[in-house]
Each structure stands twice: as structure tokens, then as C-alpha cells.
Design a protein around this ligand. Sequence first.
Ligand code: ADP
Length: 401
Amino acid sequence: MKILVLNAGSSSQKSCLYYIPDDARSQHISTELWSASIDWTKQEGMANLKVESNGLVVEETQATNDQLAVMKRCFETLCEGDTAVLETLAEVDFVGHRIVHGGRTYQQPTWITEDVKRTIEQLIPLAPNHNPANLEGIKLMEKLLPETPQVAVFDTAFHSKIPTTSAIYPLPYQWYEQGICRYGFHGISHQYCAEKTAKLLNQDLANLKLVTCHLGNGASLAAIKNGHSIDTTMGFTPLEGLMMGTRCGSIDPGIVIHLLREKDLTLDQVDVMLNKESGLKGLSGISADMRSITTEMENNDRAKLAFETYIHHLCRQIGAMVASLEGLDAIVFTAGVGENSAIVRQETCQRLGYLGVDLDVEKNKNSPKNEDIASNNSQVRVLVIHTDEDSAIAQTVSQIA
Ligand code: ADP
């Protein structure tokens, strides 16, 4: 079957077409036939379209703000010209969407209906930066592929079974009843990495205690036991937990009260400060990008402070996940920083020596991908996994189709 996956953000849309043989649905075998990204951030009123297929990379620019028109052009490249891999769009069997917030309602991938769309809309206050774009993506696909069944795969779903003691905040109980609790995010990636780790270690996921570290611009950890997320660092929103590129992660909520009460800041200003002006960017004053931080930290004290604080928070929270797991078999690094920054992995693992973590320094340096980089003596395995949320969504869709 052919499955088109759409990952729709507010300023970019990524789509991939996968082929999954009918007899390989449960085996995680998929072939990426075509991928495209639309980026609206490069120039006001301009969409940059980049298509990769048949070994080619084709780029073009569309001077319009009309999302439907650009998506239509994007999908024309599926069936026309050198990038074509289909005769007609009708060959797409299913569309899978990454939906960031499924609240308490959606703990499984779900066929999209009017009801499902309404619920995703109702959840917008919980994910104001993501759910509106996700919903818009669904509506665009309904216009472009009206006959094709669509499935929503939720980033919160993998965490939906974390124990109440981890999900609940110690606030007045009625807030919990009103849905103010830990949801957790990056679930598609955490689950994908956990399954891939079990395969690479040739072990049953049900017997493993894992801490998966999804370290991208946004970053979160998951404590995974018996194949389930039992704890995670992100919470009610993606702001909690680790220090990130521009987000502060966990801070004393009293700081927010202080800023609002004493510093005469508006709510929106505090929101921007915590989400966009903090983290690596806020501490270094240089960049939210770990590449710039590690390059600059030789000569710049603030960059060094930002790096060391990032590692401190990461190790502290890994410790918290290990406490929830009551043990540890493997640590998994993934996403932009986790997959590419040897120094982040080295500094982190060095500080986790007390847990029996021992890195093979050479393996760590040699751009590992889907590899165990712990030394032979290490009591805890250390893996670098290339996360592939889109193929995970395609696989999930194929399993319910
Ligand atoms: P997102 O969280 O937006 O999906 P990614 O997972 O791709 O993004 O992570 C992007 C981040 O990964 C960049 O901002 C940068 O900090 C980091 N990154 C990417 N490549 C490297 C690298 N070679 N070394 C260190 N950090 C890197």
C-alpha cells in the first residue's frame, strides 16, 4: 500500500510517500518513494518547495501565500515530470497526519472524522503552536485527496498510560479533573527509538528499561519500561523539562508570578521570553543552535555556561527518569543534537559513569547512526538512533488499515 504522511507546521509542511508491502505491515519495512517540504520562512509571501525522488532534488519558489495552491503544486510533482512516482493521486491509499496534541481523548491512531477534527480543534488551547497547523493540514488534504481515508497519529499517545503519580501535578485536584496534567510529547519519536533499540540489541522490548533522549530544538526524555512510556520530562505543554534551544524547560513557577507582578511584563511578553528567548539562546546570547554554542564555547564564557547548564539539566533529568524506571539497560540519543553532537553525548555519558555507563570514545566520534556506542565493559548500552517519525507514522497507519 502507498501511504502519504503529512507533518504540517505553522511555517512549513513536510510530506513523504511510502510504499509498504502488504505482507510486511508488522515488520517495519517501508520504502520512501518521494518527499517534499514547503518552507514559508525564507521570504515574506514566498513558498520554497523542495522535492526529492527518483534520485533527484528539485527546488522551486512560488510567489503566493495560498497554502492550497502550493500544496496542489507540491502533489503535482508526485505524478508529473522527473520526480513522478505515481500515475495519479488516486494511487495513494491512505494519508497519515502527525497531530501533536490528542489530549486524553486519543490514545491510539484514529481515523479522521468530523468528530475527530472537532476534538483536535477543541485541544488548540493546549497546543496553540501546533494543533491549528495540524488541523489545517487535514483540511488541505481533504480538498486535494477527497476520497482518501486519513488517519491521525498523536504525539501525546505514547505517554497516555504513564502512571497517575507521574501525570498529576500536585495542584488542587479539580485542576487534574479539568485536564491539567502531564501529557508529554515527541511520543512518535520515543516509541520509534525504543523499538529500534530493542531490534539493534536483539532483545525483547518488554524486558528493557530505557531512557530515550530526543534532543532537537525541542527536547524531551522518556522513561520506557516494558515498551511503555512510564515517565517523561515534557508536561502539560512542551515547555517543561529539559533546557532547550529557545525554551527554558523546568523553572520555579514563582518566577512567572514575580515577572508578572513585579516587573510589569505582560503575559504575552513572558510567554515569548520563556518559549523563544530562553534556553541555549537566552543563556549564551549567541544562538539556539548547539553547533554555534560548541564552536563558540572555546572563547566565549556565556556559550560555555549555556553548554554546561544544558548538560547539567540533561544529566539531572536522566537521573530522574532512571529513578522512575528503578534501573537502566540503555540510554538512547536521537534528533538533531542527540544524533550529531559527539561532545553532548560524551559529556553526558561521562557524568553518568556512576550508573555504569561507559562510552566507546572512538565509536562516539565516528558519526554513529543506529549503533551501540557503549564500550564492551559498559553496564548500560548507549545507542544513537536516527529518528524517523514519518516512516513510523506510515507504519502505524499500515497496521490499522
Ligand atoms: P526539530 O526539533 O526542529 O525537529 P532537529 O531534531 O532537526 O529539529 O534538531 C535541530 C537542532 O539540532 C539544531 O538547532 C541544532 O541545535 C542541532 N544540530 C543539528 N546538527 C548538529 C550538529 N552537527 N551538531 C550539534 N547540533 C546539531
